[in-house]
Design a protein around this ligand. Sequence first.
Ligand code: NAD
Ligand code: IPM
Ligand code: MN
Length: 354
Amino acid sequence: PEKLDIAVIAGDGIGPEVTAQAQRALQAALPEGVELTLTEYPFGAARYLETGEIISDAELHALAQHDGILLGAVGGDPADERLAGGIIERGLLLKLRFAFDHYINLRPGAISPGVKTPLSDPGEVDFVVVREGTEGPYVGNGGVVRVGTPQEIATEVSVNTAYGVERTVRYAFEKAKSRPRKHLTLVHKKNVLVNAGVLWQRVVDRVSADYPDVAVEYLHVDAATIFFVTNPSRFDVIVTDNLFGDIVTDLAAAITGGIGLAASGNINPDGEFPSMFEPVHGSAPDIAGLGKADPTAAILSVVLLLEHFGLIDAAATLEAACRADLASRGGASRSTSEIGDAIISRLTAQGTNA
Ligand code: NAD
Ligand code: IPM
Ligand code: MN
């Protein structure tokens, strides 16, 4: 592209701290000749508490006009009762994922050389989780009766459509086909969640006929969590539903160097709506304002953004700068901006337009 028009939602807590570094990294990594426009939007818990507004239809429409979205994290103090019930999470983050049909939630996990992991002998770990992003138990299909009584009943009914599952599974097979190991793991719980699980398995079986080079396996999600810890190198591409994907990607982050390194893309592959790139982590109220947040996850999310727009060299250069920084960290503790500076100065050293 000659122009890249990106909306920025820094959000709450450490969101603005890590997003500041991500924006700098984006500016620094872009190849010469690509004109970047960044437009900041003030959405998040802070604005909601001030104005009572989360996001208006007009603002949603304005967001839709951008090429892509860079998001930090949203969600306020969990102790604040005015934010109870996930009002910001559903009203903003999930709203954007649903409105912009981000049916692929792409979450890579690799152990970078030199990175400390809690595993003693992890081997070569390099996988990518393809998490479905617009269905499952996240759709808000359910309710509660007899609230607060001993007879209370609460339901969240997971919605899985053949259409939604198939487009996710096809994306995952394409991803697997493009990777050296060409291996796909379906993660679900089809021994208990038989309706949805059997649909997922049937779709995987059917689509696999179009990908004879891709080897397929199935794991129940509970067993998958064992292998994330005991043998994560067995994974290449993992495809799973919205909730299992949420859970296993925090686990994936923990074993690959921590939540401060885990990047994600909420992708609308058809390009009808802007895709949105964000770290896997949240607003981390426990360390907000202290300059302690690791911006690497946010910067690696910029790598995914660059890849999405076909800026493959810029993406590779920025990723290499992050990996080189990771390799040289040792035990030193640095601030958010010091890590940002270190990664960006590596880009400059590599001769981009930083
Ligand atoms: P969290 O990811 O914010 O924090 C979990 C732990 O990881 C905390 O100890 C935190 O300090 C640490 N951590 C997170 N990011 C870090 C970083 N970059 N560097 C160093 N340490 C980091 O998860 P949580 O505490 O469950 O959620 C806090 C809030 O964020 C909640 O309101 C939640 O709903 C929201 N949330 C938002 C998103 C998002 O915007 N995409 C994602 C997850 C959680
Ligand atoms: C994530 C978060 C969100 C999710 C929450 C904040 C709605 O945990 O991006 O992983 O569950 O998808
Ligand atoms: Mn999560």
